[in-house]
Each structure stands twice: as structure tokens, then as C-alpha cells.
Design a binder for this molecule. Structure first.
Ligand SMILES: [Zn+2]
Length: 377
């Protein structure tokens, strides 16, 4: 295991922030899997899962079971982790810029295409390697004049050439669910079964340049551009990345983290990054089918009041089923907020008071109906 401390851009005198990565296996060995936790720094379940995963990987290394390369960054946002406002953790937005830590990653396609369009040929493996080198070059030139930008660049440089990227987040109160791009689904479907995911939300770009899409999106776009070349130059989806929502913010227990770390470990065996110590068992049955992110209803309350959730998380709701009641103790009015799509109710807010127009819950419907940016702030 190789521990490396990556120093971030120092934007104030006397303060040096660093990101620590742990690498197993030989650099350049394939497949390569990159795992990071808690990019939104108040989302802690991934950090504990990473801890359990690291313990398992150290044992695997001692037994000579590492065949590919694995990079784990268990605390990937030290900037956000240190932020507090009125004693409350503030890890989603950087306080200096108000920018979401999981937005504003670079769109690499145009610059990479400039470098590779005359180099691609009939061999898809060679094309993958040409594109990876070009992407590394483009990223190396990406300016990082702030601490936040240097964090983004550091994480991308660790993950850029990975075959699989797992970005471990969590929701407020939620069942385990995953976000990914359509083209990444075949590679990640086994992980969704192993994690016993209750919802899988697919998109072809959510429009907000988050970490996982920055890494997978340019492969799809380059494949589309390459189709217009005069001779066949196949470009495959060489990076499958996903944002895994490890339930809710309060779901931090050794039992859950151990279970999730074991699921990721078994997935690494399936990918043959790790040599399986015994014959691999069949994958467990899927608990859900993938649905379009554009079909997910964000349930909004039109009135303010005390939020009383009526439906149970994980339940399959139908249009008209009551998700929550919003109670106004002054007027005595009780307003029912209902599902508008049929699907799994997979996440909700944890606050018990809502203002009018607040988003309070999510339901994974099967039919796409939304356009534009598909993820909230
Ligand atoms: Zn998050």
C-alpha cells in the first residue's frame, strides 16, 4: 500500500490542506478502480465504509490477492470537513465561493478531441490509451488558482484513468441508491445488486458537471464524435463511474459500513481487480430496475408547516398516495402532499419544518418527464 499526501493550493498564510490517497497494486495495472468518500463533507457514511474497505484491502494485499490497481481516498474533501456555521457542519458548499463541491468539474471533450481526432485508428484498445493520455494532458493544463479548484484537480488526476470510479455520498434520509450515466450501467449493474440498491437513476448527463459525469461523460461524447470520422475509429466507454448514495446522513454504523465495504470488495473480485480467495457466489437478485433520472419526481410542498411523513421510505407509491402532511398550527390546516408518479419513494429531507416550495422527497418514476438540469443545488 502506498500512502500519498497531496498538498492543495495554499490560499492563506500558515494553513496547508492535504488530500491523502491509498494505492494498492502496481500503478498502471488493470483494471483500475478509484473510490472516494464524502465529497459533500457532511455525508459521512462513505468515510466509514472506506475505513472498512481499507482494512479489507490491507489483508488482501498481505495475501497477494491484488491483481489490478485500487486507489482509495477516504476523506476526499478536507476543506468542507472543517467548515462550521453556528456549530453546524457545512460540507456541501465551499463557504468562500458558495460553490457546490460536486459541481463545476471541467468538460474535457472539446480539448481532448482536438488532440486525438487525427490519432485515432481501428483498434479500440489503442484508442482508449490515446484518449487517456490526451485527457491527462488537458487536465494537467487546467488552471487551479484556488484551493477549491486544486481539490477538484487533485481528485480528478487520481481518478482520470480508472476503469471504474465510485464516488461515495449519502442523502438526507434515504434508501441506498445510485446515480450514473446510461453507458456506465452494464459495468455497474453487478455493484447495484451487491449493494442491494433500492433505486438506480440513469441519465445521459445531468447538466451540472458533477465528479462522476466529468469522468464518464467525455468517453460517450468522443465516441459520438468519432462516428463522424471517415474511417471506423471505435471509442468504447472506458470509464464507468457512479455516485453511490449510502442511505441517509444518520446511517453511520459499523454494521452498515461493513456490509457496504464487503459489497464493494466482492465487486472488486468480480472485476478481477482482486483475486477471489474462493469461488465467487452468484450475484444476489436485483432489488430494483434502473429508471431515468428525468423520471424522478422531486416532491415539493406548496405550503409551509410542520412536516409529518406518512409514506414509508422504500415503498412503491402511486399517483395520489400521500407522501407527507404539512401542518399549520396557527390555521389548523393540514395539507396533504402527494405522489404524482408511480415509483419507489427513495429519499426525503430530515428537517421537520418546511417553507413553501421546499423540496421534501424523491420518487423514482419509470417515465422520463423532466428536461434541463436534473440535479438540485
Ligand atoms: Zn452528496
Amino acid at each position: 500500500m502506498l500512502r500519498q499526501d497531496h498538498l492543495l493550493f495554499q490560499d492563506s498564510i500558515g494553513v496547508q490542506t492535504q488530500v491523502t490517497s491509498f494505492q494498492f497494486g502496481q500503478a498502471g495495472a488493470r483494471p483500475k478502480v478509484y473510490v472516494q468518500a464524502s465529497l459533500h463533507a457532511e455525508e459521512i457514511p462513505g468515510m466509514l465504509t472506506a475505513h472498512h474497505l481499507l482494512e479489507k484491502l490491507k489483508k488482501a494485499e498481505a495475501q497477494g490477492l491484488i491483481q489490478g490497481e485500487i486507489v482509495v481516498v477516504p476523506v476526499c474533501n478536507p476543506i468542507g470537513l472543517a467548515q462550521r456555521v453556528d456549530f453546524k457542519p457545512m460540507g456541501r458548499f465551499e463557504l468562500s465561493s458558495s460553490e457546490n463541491f460536486n459541481r463545476h468539474y471541467p468538460h474535457l471533450t472539446a480539448d481532448v478531441w482536438q488532440l486525438v481526432q487525427n490519432q485515432l485508428g481501428p483498434n479500440s484498445e489503442q484508442n482508449t490509451s490515446i484518449i487517456r493520455q490526451a485527457a491527462a494532458q488537458v487536465l494537467a493544463n487546467w488552471p487551479a488558482p484556488t484551493q477549491l479548484q486544486s481539490l477538484r484537480k487533485t481528485l480528478l488526476q487520481l481518478a482520470l484513468d480508472a476503469d471504474v470510479v465510485l464516488d461515495l455520498h449519502c442523502d438526507l434520509v434515504a434508501e441506498l441508491h445510485m446515480y450514473l450515466e446510461d453507458d456506465c450501467w452494464p459495468a455497474l449493474e453487478p455493484l447495484s445488486r451487491l449493494l442491494q440498491s433500492k433505486a438506480v437513476l440513469l441519465a445521459k448527463g445531468s447538466g451540472v458537471q458533477c465528479f462522476d459525469e466529468c469522468l464518464s461523460g467525455f468517453w460517450r461524447e468522443l465516441a459520438e464524435l468519432a462516428q463522424a470520422l471517415p474511417t471506423p475509429c471505435p471509442v468504447v466507454q472506458a470509464c464507468a463511474s457512479t455516485t453511490v448514495e449510502l442511505r441517509g446522513e444518520g446511517d453511520v454504523t459499523h454494521e452498515l459500513a461493513g456490509q457496504d465495504a464487503q459489497a464493494i470488495y466482492t465487486y472488486l473480485e468480480h472485476l478481477q481487480v482482486l483475486k477471489a480467495s474462493q469461488t465467487l457466489a452468484q450475484l444476489p437478485a436485483a432489488l430494483c430496475s434502473a429508471t431515468p433520472l428525468a423520471g424522478s419526481q422531486t416532491v415539493v410542498t406548496p405550503v409551509a408547516g410542520v412536516l409529518v411523513f406518512i409514506a414509508q421510505l422504500g415503498q412503491c407509491l402511486k399517483p395520489g398516495d400521500v407522501v407527507a402532511e404539512v401542518v399549520n398550527p396557527i390555521t389548523g390546516q393540514v395539507h396533504a402532499v402527494c405522489a404524482e408518479v408511480e415509483g419507489i419513494y427513495y429519499a426525503r429531507v430530515k428537517d421537520c419544518y418546511a417553507k413553501a416550495n421546499d423540496e421534501i422527497a424523491n420518487i423514482a418514476g419509470r417515465i422520463a418527464f423532466k428536461t434541463g438540469n436534473l440535479l438540485g443545488a
